[in-house]
Design a protein around this ligand. Structure first.
Ligand SMILES: NC(=O)c1ccc[n+]([C@@H]2O[C@H](COP(=O)([O-])OP(=O)(O)OC[C@H]3O[C@@H](n4cnc5c(N)ncnc54)[C@H](OP(=O)(O)O)[C@@H]3O)[C@@H](O)[C@H]2O)c1
Length: 316
């Protein structure tokens, strides 16, 4: 590893962290080395990262001591939480506390925290446009992350607050791909009206994070947002139609209907889409495409992502 700056990557076997690991290893002259954190160093995914050239170490975001050990000697740390593994914003906030204290103890010089907006700043809990969830959140998987920003600030950890976007990979892995309606025609269902939905190839999040580390201290203390495109639901349906070679419609529903779908997290996602729809200008403005491309010149647009990935989209 020599005099390279070590970046400790939480979630290294996952989408965001994995993208960062691969971006760093793809640039051997870039001056950075990877320390990949995983709960189990013996899995196939962990072994693959080691084969690619990462140092692989055991750590658990529920175990502050393991994080402090894994962060020791690192210049930077990429921190992410895993809401969909437990559906608890409270747990995310506790995990951020562990990561932030570990980074402070280890003297990490630059943390990137993969965060999202605290929607309660624009939709107070007594605002009945959307239901309050869990007694204290509007969009739990956003609000917990946004609330947790303050932990890094209060501890004086040098942090860049990286606001990510909807993964287009959700059309492959998250059950949001086109489904056949009663008429047999494929459709994507979103409660976004005619508004834009900032999105990104999940792999590009890590590549953008690498761009943040490459900028040195320039973005420490700053909030930045990234996206590869701002397509509307209709534009995504048109892109899917071209890429799949069969018609995909945009099935526009209301947030209330979306919340009623009943799958785990439908209420959280319904509120999330409503927030993105109702505060569309601010939400998009916080995710500049030019800025994202300046961090990651290889950033994919939705059509470019489709050209690479359409074959993996399950058609229900
Ligand atoms: N889907 C979207 O559109 C979207 C958009 C923006 C933000 N997000 C946010 O992205 C976050 C998830 O990031 P991701 O997609 O990169 O996750 P992911 O691909 O699901 O990765 C999960 C990885 O996290 C690791 N992990 C899970 N629990 C852990 C723990 N207790 N300690 C240490 N590592 C643990 C696992 O690694 P090991 O098994 O190797 O330990 C696993 O590889 C969520 O909080 C979500 O809200 C999602």
């Amino acid at each position: 590893m020599g005099d390279k700056k070590i970046i400790a990557v939480v979630g290294a076997t996952g989408a965001q962290g994995g993208g960062l690991v691969r971006a760093i290893l793809a640039d051997p002259e870039g001056g950075f080395a990877v320390r990949a954190l995983t709960r189990d160093v013996n899995t196939e995914k962990a072994s693959e990262l080691a084969r690619l050239g990462a140092e692989v170490v055991a750590a658990d975001v529920d175990d502050e001591e393991s994080l402090a050990k894994a962060f020791t000697g690192a210049h930077g740390a990429f921190c992410v939480t895993f809401f969909w593994g437990h559906f608890s914003a409270d747990k995310e906030i506790a995990q951020v506390g562990g990561m932030a204290r570990a980074a402070k103890r280890a003297g990490v010089k630059h943390v990137i925290w993969s965060t999202l907006e605290d929607t309660r700043k624009l939709v107070s809990l007594d605002d009945d446009r959307m239901p309050t969830l869990g007694g204290k959140y509007k969009v739990p998987h956003f609000d917990g992350k946004g609330e947790a920003n303050q932990i890094f600030t209060d501890l004086g950890v040098p942090t860049t607050f990286l606001h990510t976007s909807f993964y287009w990979d959700n059309f492959i892995h998250f059950g949001l791909g086109p489904k056949k309606g009663p008429d047999g025609v494929l459709a994507i269902t979103l409660p976004m009206g005619d508004k834009k939905l900032p999105g990104i190839a999940a792999e590009d999040i890590g590549a953008c994070a690498y761009g943040v580390f490459r900028k040195g201290s320039e973005l420490i203390g700053k909030s930045v947002g990234i996206a590869g495109g701002h397509p509307t639901g209709a534009e995504m349906a048109a892109g899917l139609t071209r890429a799949l070679g069969q018609e995909v419609r945009y099935n526009e529903v209301s947030p209330d209907v979306y919340r009623s779908f009943g799958f785990p997290g439908a209420d959280d996602l319904g509120n999330m889409f409503q927030y993105k729809r109702d505060f569309n200008d601010a939400y998009c403005a916080a995710r500049s495409l030019d800025f994202s491309r300046s961090l990651n010149p290889g950033l994919l647009s939705f059509d470019q992502w489709l050209a690479k990935n359409a074959g993996q989209i399950p058609l229900g």
